[in-house]
Write a protein that binds this ligand. Structure first.
Ligand SMILES: Nc1ncnc2c1ncn2[C@@H]1O[C@H](COP(=O)(O)OP(=O)(O)OP(=O)(O)O)[C@@H](O)[C@H]1O
Ligand SMILES: [Mg+2]
Length: 276
């Protein structure tokens, strides 16, 4: 579901567009006495594919919701780049089904553009383009219940890209899919993203997926969520997923991230068992 960005603290001016799309400074998020996010500061340059990994409950979704303007920080400051006139600040792709069951594929994909009153010809061109790119053109008149889970996720992605936001926020969009569909959608996402190189913030539990897609990966600690470390993915683009997985650099990166994540996942597990 697309959500227009509420002003969460300030907009980064166009003059600074080269530098940052998102700037987070000293972000704290509490729910009562519970600290979900603890003093997180970071900057995401425009056009970067930024990936967040971290154990369950470390605050990833909370961070994305704050970036989308759906939730407010308890402390700290968030700045996001001001979108060009007539374009939304962000679009969010949620985990699982987030398309409207009562709209067909075409209308779902066109939703954001229609909401902001884009001209008919533009809608036809843009929606047609992204339905082609996601292999959904033939299903334009189908309703979500007539589609597979993978196809419904494709509709979400087509809709988010068609909406043409400044920043794309994606919360584990592929986690419910089987391995084959996941691979196909990762390849599609890479191809679509490489057309325009939008700023993306992408959450995943899969270290492989993080390396396949990302420019930079942030590993978060178990609750309270802090930055553990960053890993830069220097693999060249365009990327071919199967080729990539055979490269020694890929294996090394996956190993590095897992080494960093393992302690946090164990810590989260102990917390869940009431020993942490
Ligand atoms: N509205 C809320 N009220 C109280 N606590 C909340 C609320 N939203 C989230 N939390 C808590 O904040 C912590 C972080 O939640 P969040 O959903 O951000 O985790 P996550 O990293 O996305 O986990 P997962 O990987 O399982 O999706 C959790 O312990 C959760 O219970
Ligand atoms: Mg989550």
């Amino acid at each position: 579901m697309e959500v227009a960005l509420a002003d969460t603290g300030g907009a980064i001016g166009a003059g600074q567009a080269q530098t940052a799309a998102i700037r987070i400074d000293g972000l704290v998020k509490r729910y009562g006495p519970f600290v979900a996010i603890d003093h997180l500061s970071l900057e995401i340059p425009r056009g970067q594919f930024f990936v967040i990994v971290g154990p369950s409950g470390c605050g990833k979704t909370t961070l994305l919701r704050i970036l989308a303007g759906l939730d407010k920080p308890s402390e700290g400051r968030i700045e996001t780049i001001a979108p060009a006139a007539g374009r939304p600040g962000n679009s969010m792709v949620f985990q699982g089904d987030s398309i409207f069951p009562w709209m067909n594929v075409w209308d779902n994909a066109a939703y954001g553009l229609r909401m902001r009153g884009a001209p008919k010809a533009e809608i036809a061109e843009v929606v047609g383009h992204y339905l082609d790119r996601t292999g959904l053109r033939r299903f334009a008149k189908s309703y979500p219940h007539q589609l597979s889970g993978g196809m419904r996720q494709r509709v979400s992605i087509a809709r988010a890209f068609a909406n043409d936001p400044e920043i794309l926020l994606m919360d584990e969009p592929f986690s419910a899919l089987d391995a084959q569909n996941k691979l196909l959608l990762q390849e599609e996402l890479l191809r679509i993203w490489e057309e325009h190189r939008k700023t993306v913030v992408f959450i995943t539990h899969s270290v492989d997926e993080a390396v396949i897609l990302g420019d930079r990966i942030m590993v978060m600690t178990a609750q309270p969520g802090r930055i553990k470390n960053f890993v830069d993915v220097t693999l060249p683009r365009p990327r071919d997923v199967l080729e990539l997985q055979r490269s020694p650099v890929y294996a090394e990166l996956v190993h590095t991230i897992w080494s960093s994540l393992r302690d946090e996942v164990n810590r989260a597990k102990r917390q869940a068992e009431g020993e942490g």
